[in-house]
Design a protein around this ligand. Structure first.
Ligand code: TMP
Ligand code: ASP
Length: 234
């Protein structure tokens, strides 16, 4: 694998070109941010852990008919993926009340949400990724109505596959964020699925095993990420 040129740097990953114009390399960093990068830090070995967890989950989803950008994990911190044009909509799926939902609507953290709730956020750092409705997606031309229907179908399918997977590992999948992209005219799942982009609670203690430990200064951040890795890949 030749080291290509960096074409994008996000808060947790860098994207590089490869010898294949159809594929890019995702490099997972240890950098952690919260509250639209107002809070910054480092979570030791997070990049390695998130790369491995994402690989396991992308493989599970692919095996069950969800198209993803995953090609192969190339090293501890590098994942080869299909090159996509990212749909600038962050898709959040919620099974349990937590985070911004509890705050925004005054709902009780920990209450079950059935059926799962899907929300759209406009992927725009300058605006702080605001919550938007279907009509805003249309107004801003972020996705076509047909793409939105397909995104919803795939997001619910991802949820129905991941919920039991995590329960078997004694974890509650509270909520998570997905990003989709277009590849050769097909909508596929992109980005990563990791403790950075999901909330996991231990089934017994209900303790956070994800980036909330960083967001809320709960301590034992590295330990939590390592434990998720152990339960998911161990
Ligand atoms: P929220 O409750 O803060 O809106 O977060 C919902 C889910 O989305 C949670 O699992 C964390 C994830 N998330 C991201 O992946 N990136 C983000 O920038 C934010 C705000 C949340
Ligand atoms: N990653 C986001 C940021 O720093 C926020 C978060 O995950 O809480 O903007």
């Amino acid at each position: 694998m030749t080291t290509g040129t960096m074409i994008y740097e996000g808060k947790a990953k860098r994207i590089f070109t490869t010898g294949n114009p159809d594929q890019v390399l995702q490099y997972f960093k240890d950098d952690a941010t919260a509250f639209n990068a107002q809070k910054r830090g480092t979570i030791l070995d997070k990049g390695i852990i998130n790369n491995k967890i994402s690989e396991r989950l992308f493989r599970l989803l692919e095996q069950n008919g969800v198209p993803t950008h995953f090609v192969e994990r190339q090293s501890d911190r590098e994942m080869l993926t299909k090159k996509v044009a990212i749909v600038p909509v962050e898709v959040v799926v919620r099974n349990v009340v937590a985070g911004s939902l509890a705050k925004r609507l005054g709902l009780k953290e920990g209450d079950l949400i059935q059926p799962a709730l899907i929300e759209w956020y406009y992927k725009n750092d300058a605006l702080g990724d605001p919550l938007i409705a279907d009509e805003h997606v249309r107004l801003l031309k972020l996705a076509t109505p047909e793409q939105l229907v397909e995104i919803k179908r795939l997001a619910l399918k991802v949820n129905s596959l991941l919920q039991p997977f995590f329960l078997e590992r004694r974890m509650i999948l509270v909520d998570f964020k997905l990003e989709f992209g277009m590849h050769n005219g097909q909508l596929i799942l992109a980005d990563e699925i990791s403790p950075d982009t999901c909330r996991f609670w231990d089934q017994t203690t209900k303790e956070s095993m994800d980036k909330d430990r960083f967001r809320k200064d709960l301590g034992k951040i590295e330990e939590a990420y390592q434990e998720v890795l152990r339960r998911v890949c161990g």
